[in-house]
Design a protein around this ligand. Structure first.
Ligand code: DUT
Length: 160
């Protein structure tokens, strides 16, 4: 069974009322990165290629901070700290307005026990402007059986 947005919101911070949806919680774009160097997926380990944060658009009017993204693939870090409670699995879906603007967010499995500010793959198929802090995705929780909890290399990532 999928949990309500109010339940998900108890495990995401910070959130505003506008982010809480009937079936999940909207996530915002914080930092957008461009990968510079090749990574490596090995049999026993992995290496994430070097990346650089995209510059914010140089607008006369400085606020809100805005990314101007030409066609390409980017890594986006969400603005919220997310905790996946035991007995659950998390999934992130793109906000449909992104998709309707020819962009897509690709995501993986969010494991029970994970805590951190995670990341997603933002595919831009047509130039787009994204304000820093804008809602781009939605996190949902489903109840799930599991033996262990998450103890991988991304535990507590990107927390200040
Ligand atoms: O789109 C996603 C999906 C998951 N995660 C977070 C939550 C998840 O629990 C964690 C680790 O994901 P995964 O287990 O797929 O990572 P891995 O590549 O297997 O590395 P490790 O074995 O170090 O965990 O990353 C994201 O940030 N973005």
């Amino acid at each position: 069974m999928f949990r309500s947005g109010a339940f998900v919101a108890d495990h995401v911070s910070p959130t505003t009322d506008a982010q809480i949806q009937p079936n999940g919680v909207d996530l915002t774009a914080d930092v957008v990165f461009e990968q510079l160097e090749p990574g490596r997926i090995g049999r026993d380990g992995k290496q994430i290629g070097d990346r650089v944060a995209r510059p914010l658009e140089e607008l006369e009017q400085k606020t809100p901070d805005t990314y101007y993204l030409p066609e390409g693939a980017y890594i986006v870090r969400y603005g919220e700290r997310i905790e996946i409670p035991e007995g659950h699995i998390g999934f992130v879906y793109p906000r449909s307005s992104l998709m309707r603007n020819s962009c897509m967010l690709n995501t993986a499995v969010w494991d029970a026990g994970y805590e951190g500010r995670g990341e997603g793959l933002l595919q831009v198929h047509h130039d787009v402007e994204i304000e820093r802090g804008a809602r781009i995705a939605q996190l949902v929780f489903a109840e799930a059986d599991h033996d262990d909890v998450y103890d991988g290399s991304y535990q507590n990532e990107n927390l200040d």
